[in-house]
Design a protein around this ligand. Sequence first.
Ligand SMILES: Nc1nc2c(ncn2[C@@H]2O[C@H](COP(=O)(O)OP(=O)(O)OP(=O)(O)O)[C@@H](O)[C@H]2O)c(=O)[nH]1
Length: 695
Amino acid sequence: MPSAASLHRGDHPVFLLLPPMSPPLDSTRFEQIRASGDLPSPKGIALAVIRLTRQQDVSTAELARVIGADPAFVGRLIKAANGLVAFSRRPVASVHEALMVLGLPAVRTMVLGFSLLSHYRRGACQAFDYNRFWSASLARALAAQVFAERTRAAPADELFSVGLLGSVGELALATLYPADYASVLDAASQPRAAPLLELEQAQFAMDHRELTGAMLEDWGLPRIFIDAVAQAHDPEATHLAEGSRARRMLQVLVAARCVAEICVSGDDTARNALAAALFTEGARLGIERECIAADCERIAALWTEWGSMLQLEQPGAPSFADLAAAGPVAAIAAKAPAASQARKRNPVQLPATPLPADGAAGEPAARAQRALIVDDEPRTRAGLRAVLEQAHYEVHEAGDGRVGMELALELQPQIMILDWNLPELDGPDLVRSLRQTRIGQAIYMILLTHSDDDEHLVAAFEAGADDFIAKPLRPRVLAARLRAGQRVVRLQQEVEREHEEIRHFASQLAVTNRRLHEAALTDALTGFPNRRYAIDRIQQEWSAAQRWGRPMSCMIIDLDNFKQINDTYGHDVGDEVLRSAADALRGALRGQDVVCRTGGDEFLAICPETDLVHALRCAERLRCALDSLSLQAGDARVAISASIGVAMREHWMPDVDALMKQADLGAYLAKQKGRNRVATVQKTGESAGGVAAAD
Ligand SMILES: Nc1nc2c(ncn2[C@@H]2O[C@H](COP(=O)(O)OP(=O)(O)OP(=O)(O)O)[C@@H](O)[C@H]2O)c(=O)[nH]1
């Protein structure tokens, strides 16, 4: 990232209100850890974005400008936004649009996640597999997003970020205590070892689950997400109400953890055991087996795409269709040894997999379907419940219209049976209100009444009901009407699935286009934007500086004697020198500057809002960073240095070419004066033709 700015400590208070089941991490202790400076923290552009989003009046344009300074962030944000836009929208193509689609909170957390991923993909803890950690985090993020879309348990973009950061405490322990954490991980991998959380507690008096909670809290994530992350470690112990939104969010995270472990596990037996847990969790969420398999295939495809974009090494994604086809019997046969292995790596208490009573493979589709009865008479509710349970529905009840409305929106049942006369909100009004919502439009609604005259019948259909049954209830007639309703629901789901496939296809297409576009603007060796990008970008900055009368500078950075390095040590060493130089430039530049590779050994830095004096200072910092680099080639040490020409936009310059020409002349002057120096041919205020640096 272009800047190595340090984290401001104590920017905002830390509240460590962990849920009751999670032992609280003492806030003084957390402050001490934070003050050590070793805790994984956002850097560079991410830090600037997080600071900006804390301001009340930050404009999208300003945020887009800051994010736009880093093409890697731009690509990732646009990809994330395109993964979320509805099929009917044209693909998102700019940071500005991505900000509109995702919203500030989601952008903030995503940028934070990507920043950590960029800066902590390697580390000193020998036993900690950084690549596996990020691969799993990415799979969890994508799975949480896809399952959130399907269940509407929470906004999909927010769950993406929660998934990505949901185990950040593990990374923190590896970063804070590399040697000790390596011993803990080694101990956890031994046969009959204690659970990882216990070993962590014994060694550090805290575990990664607590640390994750404290860090998410510190970064300002909403409480409800932090609780869900903490409870996802042991979902069986949760006290969250069945069917509540918080409970479904927790279940989404548990299912996402299963998918992530399946993705990164290279072992078929472990995968089968995890798949059993996944399908059970899916059934609890009301997602049919085939839908989970289809969703997971989509997640795996996204995971592979994102993984290659983020340069993660990933094992081949498994076939979830095959795992679904293997069925629970195969999974259970494989479960005992594999699940304990999986738990050793990741201490999630995977839910037990019940064997179906008849031993048949797969959940009956109807069991995952939800039905909601809204009637104020308990006897009628009991009668309806009996018929619905016979048809394998998961049945929920409400005694008045208002509660019925709330439950319908929360549970999103496939079928709803409601009485005509209800306290608070009567049946036809409830139907009418629900039909105005997207969720309500998908529910098959049957109205009950004491009278079957034409008047009632017409009124029921006009309100938007799908069917109409006169009381007293006759169970056989009700069961027959339910079967007809099920056919309609199934057809609707089929259409929805097809829409989803089309949406998926469209978003994949948008992503592919975006990647092609990105690849065309990126230099593969250094990861910097290339000459094509540089030409457009410097023109944009030139126009902005001209419009607002703001200063602007640029630098041409040309490595010294690079041909000789190639000739002496070979091209591979030359390439390594270019990569190291690029890393050094990245680390030494400020957040608002953009650096591009414009030629073989030539880079262009564009510095908006910068006058000549400051640009010369910045160039000197870059020169020092390069000068202090050296590379080992066999027994020899390869010295690296650069000559840097600096120029500032002046009023007499007709266009951006004139500015570049001045910078070029500066670089030429620096070479002439003996290389490894900064020079300008413009007046610096005190002197003309100043050569501003040293040997
Ligand atoms: N290893 C490697 N070399 C490259 C690449 N692109 C260009 N080059 C080489 O970079 C060298 C640039 O050499 P010159 O332009 O003569 O510059 P120099 O040797 O640095 O000399 P001064 O600029 O005068 O200090 C040429 O030999 C190119 O072949 C690349 O991607 N990798």
